[in-house]
Design a protein around this ligand. Structure first.
Ligand code: NAD
Ligand code: AKB
Length: 313
């Protein structure tokens, strides 16, 4: 039977590009995009089916799964770190509660699930180069919900055989949709500010180094993980480390100046500096490379070049 997919949180930064990639790979009418909100004229509302869905509403989710004979869910609905820390109760409810709703539905209907994790699972006790297996002691509520999601995913796989997979995405950089309220948003916002005004006021220090990834690499990683035979995946299946490129804001500014020599950046760290400081500088991804042959393509300069091409066209 042909793959029939439902995507939650589809209007966000990742969903905007993942839905298009899935619709390119499968029958576009078989990729059902959903989100709790509507965005007028959004590209994915035009390229295939879209429904309003609050991921906490298990009955509504089940109705769509049955109606469209869904076999795979890409579960993207969540609150990111900066938004989540402002509203921890809602963050916990959506990120953990919503994930349980999706996993229960998958268990009942025999679905496969992709549920992303984040580098936010790591805490200050993690080495600068984050290993795949290390104690996970995040300080943010968001990070705790992501650890919870990974643990639930592994539990549903081991106890009930539900095929759940996930990647610990680094900060994702893209130009097709705005970043969704995270700590790494500065590495997205800096590009439009540079092009529009020649200046960016950054909310973390210039020496802040975080793991990042260009969206094209992240989408490819997602599709590659989901097309890997289940028996190749081990106990990290719900939260694989993958590395793209790590850089400081100062290094990002230097790379942007190759395109805009007069670009300036000022620094006014806010509470998000604390979240950034609690995360590792770099990610070690040997296991993903071994188990599903992950390999990144975009380094800092290539990513910056692609952002300028994307934003200026
Ligand atoms: P985003 O904030 O851009 O999009 C999330 C979407 O979820 C939004 O469109 C929002 O309307 C929707 N949503 C919120 N509450 C909902 C609810 N109750 N029901 C249904 N939809 C709801 O986030 P994103 O960047 O696309 O992230 C998607 C996933 O990837 C999240 O799990 C996030 O933790 C993870 N992730 C993202 C990044 C990144 O840099 N973008 C990095 C690491 C992990
Ligand atoms: C955030 O900054 O909250 C996200 C993430 C790394 O999970 N981009």
């Amino acid at each position: 039977m042909a793959t029939r997919i439902l995507v939650t949180g589809a209007l966000g930064q990742i969903g905007t590009e993942l839905v298009e990639a899935l619709r390119d790979n499968y029958n576009p009418q078989s990729v059902i995009a959903t989100d709790i909100r509507d965005v007028a004229n959004h590209s994915i509302l035009k390229s295939g089916p879209f429904f309003i869905l609050d991921v906490l509403d298990g009955n509504a989710l089940e109705k769509l799964v049955i109606e469209f004979q869904i076999d795979t869910i890409y579960h993207l609905a969540a609150l990111l770190s900066a938004t989540g820390e402002k509203n921890p109760e809602l963050c916990e409810r959506v990120n953990v509660g919503g994930t349980k709703v999706v996993f229960e539905c998958a268990k009942k209907h025999g679905l496969r699930v992709y549920a992303p994790s984040s580098i936010a699972v790591f805490g200050p006790d993690c080495p600068d180069l984050a290993p795949q297996v290390t104690p996970l002691n995040p300080t943010t509520v968001y990070g705790k919900t992501k650890v919870n999601g990974e643990q639930l995913g592994l539990m549903y796989w081991k106890q009930f055989g539900v095929d759940i997979r996930g990647i610990r995405y680094p900060g994702l950089i893209s130009y097709k949709a705005p970043a969704g309220g995270g700590t790494t948003d500065y590495a997205v916002e800096i590009f439009s500010a540079a092009i529009e005004s020649g200046h960016y006021d950054c909310f973390v220090r210039g020496d802040t180094r975080l793991p990042m990834m260009y969206m094209e690499d992240a989408i490819r990683a997602t599709l590659e993980l989901m097309s890997t035979p289940s028996e190749q995946l081990g106990d990290s299946r719900a939260g694989y480390n993958i590395a793209g490129c790590s850089f400081t804001v100062d290094e990002l500014v230097t790379s942007i100046r190759r395109h805009l020599p007069s670009f300036t950046c000022s620094f006014n760290p806010d509470i998000r500096q604390q979240y950034a400081d609690s995360w590792p500088n770099e990610i070690e991804d040997k296991l993903a490379r071994k188990e599903w042959l992950w390999i990144p393509e975009f380094d800092l300069d290539r990513m910056v070049d692609a952002m300028f091409v994307g934003l200026q066209n």
